[in-house]
Design a protein around this ligand. Structure first.
Ligand code: ADP
Ligand code: 5GP
Length: 194
C-alpha cells in the first residue's frame, strides 16, 4: 500500500452529520475518494447501485463475510452493511486516501486491518441537537429513529478510542477541521521516518 494513501474513517453516532461532512471533504479534497459500502438494505428513492451503495442479497453478503472479503461489517436495523477490502485497496493503490463512513465499531476493525488508518469521530454539540438532527431526516420511520437514538447514546462512549474528535456544531468549521486533520496526517506520513 502506498504509504501516503492511508484510509480515513469518519464515524460517530447516527445523525451526527458524518455523511454531510464526508461529502464536503470529498468535494474539497481531490486526494480523497469515497469507498462504496455493500448493503442488504433496499435502495431509497434516487439511490443508484454502486454510486451510493452496492445493493446485494443476503446470500451474497454472507458469502463475502465467509470468504473474508470484508474489512468490516455491521448489522443496522436488520440490514447488513460492510466495506470490501478490495474497494479500499483499489483506491489506495491509485495513490488516493480512501474515505469511509462507518459505524463506531467498524472504525476499530479498519484500524486493526490497516494500522496506518486515521480515525475521526464526529461528536454532536449536545445530545439535544443530535436528537433534532436525527428527527429532521425524512428517511426514517419513528421506531427506527428511536432505536438510532438509543444506540447513539452508547456510541458516544467510543469517541475516546478514536485518533481525533471533531465537534459538528458549525458545519463549515467541522469540515475545515476534518480537512486540516487529513492534510496534517498526509504531511506526517510523507516525511521519511528518522
Ligand atoms: P449521519 O451520516 O452522521 O447519520 P447526516 O450527515 O445524515 O448524519 O446528518 C443528519 C442531519 O443533520 C442531516 O439532515 C444534515 O443535513 C444535518 N446536519 C449535519 N451537520 C449539521 C450542522 N452542523 N448543523 C445543522 N444540521 C446539520
Ligand atoms: P443508511 O442506511 O442511513 O445509509 O446507514 C445506516 C447506518 O449504517 C449508518 O449509521 C451508517 O454509518 C452505517 N453504515 C453505512 N455504511 C456502512 C459500512 O460500510 N459499514 C458499517 N459498519 N456501517 C455502515
Amino acid at each position: 500500500m502506498n504509504r501516503t494513501a492511508f484510509p480515513i474513517v469518519v464515524t460517530g453516532p447516527s445523525g451526527v452529520g458524518k455523511t454531510t461532512i464526508a461529502r464536503r471533504v470529498l468535494e474539497e479534497d481531490p486526494g480523497t475518494t469515497y469507498s462504496v459500502s455493500v448493503t442488504t438494505r433496499p435502495p431509497r428513492h434516487n439511490e443508484q447501485n454502486r454510486a451510493h451503495y452496492e445493493f446485494v442479497l443476503d446470500e451474497l453478503f454472507d458469502e463475502l463475510v465467509e470468504t473474508g472479503e470484508l474489512a468490516e461489517w455491521a448489522v443496522v436495523h436488520d440490514f447488513r452493511y460492510g466495506t470490501r477490502k478490495c474497494a479500499i485497496e483499489e483506491v489506495t493503490a491509485a495513490g488516493k486516501n480512501v474515505l469511509m463512513d462507518v459505524d463506531v465499531q467498524g472504525g476499530m476493525s479498519i484500524k486493526k486491518l490497516y494500522p496506518e488508518s486515521v480515525l475521526i469521530f464526529i461528536l454532536p454539540p449536545s445530545r439535544e441537537i443530535l436528537e433534532t438532527r436525527l428527527r429532521s431526516r425524512a428517511t426514517d420511520d419513528a421506531d427506527v429513529i428511536e432505536t438510532r437514538l438509543r444506540n447513539a447514546i452508547g456510541e458516544l462512549d467510543w469517541a475516546d478510542r478514536y485518533d481525533y474528535r471533531v465537534v459538528n456544531d458549525d458545519l463549515d468549521a467541522a469540515v475545515r477541521e476534518t480537512l486540516e486533520i487529513i492534510a496534517k496526517e498526509r504531511q506526517a506520513k510523507s516525511e521519511p521516518a528518522s
